[in-house]
Design a binder for this molecule. Structure first.
Ligand SMILES: *[C@@H]1O[C@H](CO)[C@@H](O)[C@H](O)[C@H]1NC(C)=O
Length: 473
């Protein structure tokens, strides 16, 4: 991006530079993408209707094969549910028309900057890994007197404390930012609430230690921020008072280039397609690291919400429920570590599903007038409804996977039956096949256009993995 295109904006005493968003292929060919999206899903719907209609027609013949045809039709539907939900989400975003105006990039310029307290939460990760993150946070290109770093250690790690002390000495010499090590004590019988409890403790302490900053930021223990992370995130909160939190994408730096478990592909699909579209709906989700939040907004919802797993999603959901805006910043400004074994990767996926379920249980069904969601915008409500169903969709996937083989078991002596059915319904079957072919072709084109910027073999990988890993979720 050339800096010559930057527009200068003045907000109070802050100077911001705006540059147009870098577009992804589906945004460059947005009209083609929209047409393909609606065309392919209309064809899919017709295909589904035809499949069930065919089963019904054969049923009328009174042959003994139909139950398998019904099961095949049912599995066709069950196994498509996760993709249908994603399609619904994308369709909603396309209907808003906002995809044509992607959020620009901003950069805070000069030495006038709002104060930020950065919270780095840890719980037993290796001290050398955590200190790298702290050092990267300290190396922000940001006025050092305007930010502090809180290392919130839930494991009372003496090595980490020592490493922080050494780093502080070095930062003192170069007039770097202040780093504060804190480790809370959880009283016996008290709930720790893991990361959310730790974060809440850190935010409270930062208020007590000197003047509480205007903004709060968070990093996971393994997440290395780019030097311009704050400069690019902060403007989104300066531009509009209604914005409570700005969230951004994550990348892994330890995934093998073949991405065998689809970990990077999973992130890329989420952060370079889905969240961009959710941003049009006002419904991006906080993913727990790299965010910058407005302290007054967090205080207004009663502090960082306590949760067992999904403290990040919980926070953005409650903020939107209270009428605040969440924005998605489309710059890659942080890089972290992916789980390094199959088991750890599966556990991570299970935690994500648990997190969703926990949020949905706390907030109640989104259509009910819960006090936590009373000011939630309809578009955000709709996306959250889709997420509720999605979190339960592994059930339908597993049901489909169990039933499908039943439909494929040969019935002895049924060959003649099948042949006569095929002969009798030849025209109908021909149309059903043609429709299926058209559905398949438009789907392939749509997938190509959506994920053209990614490695398509990795995308195919993650799609099949979503299927086989469903029983674990
Ligand atoms: C895509 O991934 C496959 C499998 O890992 C790899 O062989 C191929 O080189 C990759 N293609 C590109 C363009 O990176």
């Amino acid at each position: 991006m050339s800096t010559s295109k930057a527009i200068e904006i003045q907000r109070e005493s802050y100077t911001l530079h705006e540059t147009p968003a870098v577009l992804f292929p589906f945004e460059v060919y947005l009209n083609a993408f929209s047409v393909l999206h609606f065309l392919s899903w209309t064809l899919w719907l017709l295909h589904m209707i035809t499949h069930f209609a065919l089963a019904y027609q054969i049923q009328q013949d009174g042959s003994h094969v139909p139950w398998k045809i019904w099961i095949a039709a049912l599995c066709d539907l069950l196994l498509a549910i996760p993709e249908v939900l994603t399609a619904g989400n994308i369709g909603l975003a396309l209907c808003t028309g906002k995809a044509a105006h992607p959020r620009p990039s901003y950069r805070l310029h000069g030495r006038v900057a709002p104060s930020v307290d950065i919270m780095i939460t840890s719980c037993g990760e290796p001290a050398d890994m955590i200190i790298n993150t702290v050092a990267a946070a300290a190396a922000q290109d940001y006025p050092p007197e305007q930010f502090r770093i809180f290392v919130l250690d839930d494991s009372h790690d003496a090595d980490l404390r020592h490493a922080v002390d050494l780093l502080k000495l070095r930062l003192n010499r170069v007039a770097g930012p202040q780093v504060i090590y804190l480790s809370r004590t959880v009283m016996p019988g008290q709930q720790s609430y893991f990361k959310s409890g730790n974060l809440r403790f850190g935010i409270e302490q930062s208020q007590r230690l000197g003047e509480g900053s205007m903004l709060l930021a968070g990093l996971d223990a393994d997440m290395i921020p780019e030097p311009n992370w704050l400069r690019q995130m902060v403007p989104h909160l300066l531009l509009r008072e209604e914005v409570a939190i700005a969230c951004g994408p994550q990348r892994y730096y330890n995934v093998p280039s073949s991405d065998p478990l689809g970990q990077q592909a999973d992130f890329d699909i989420y952060f370079t397609v889905q969240e961009l579209l959710n941003d049009c709906l006002g419904a991006p989700m906080c993913t727990g690291t790299g965010y910058v939040a407005r302290r007054s907004a967090i205080a207004e919802i009663g502090g960082w919400p306590l949760a067992y797993t999904g403290e990040d999603y919980m926070c953005s959901a409650i903020l939107t429920g209270a009428g605040w805006d969440v924005v998605f910043v489309r710059s890659f400004l942080q890089t972290g570590l992916a789980p390094e074994s199959m088991t750890a990767a599966m556990k991570q996926r299970m935690r994500w599903t648990d997190a969703g379920l926990e949020v949905h249980q706390r907030l109640g069904p989104y259509l009910s007038a819960s006090t936590l969601t009373s000011r939630m915008k309809p578009s955000v409500r709709a996306v959250n409804m889709i997420y509720i169903i999605r979190d339960y969709s592994p059930l339908t996937t597993v049901l489909g996977m169990v039933l499908l083989p039943l439909a494929l078991i040969p019935t002895p002596g049924a060959d003649d039956d099948l042949l006569s059915i095929a002969n009798k319904h030849r025209p109908f079957i021909f149309w059903a096949q043609t429709l299926f072919l058209a559905t398949h072709m438009t789907r392939t084109l749509r997938v190509y256009l959506t994920y053209k910027h990614l490695n398509l073999s990795h995308v195919a990988n993650i799609h099949s993995q979503e299927m086989w890993s469903a029983p674990c979720e």
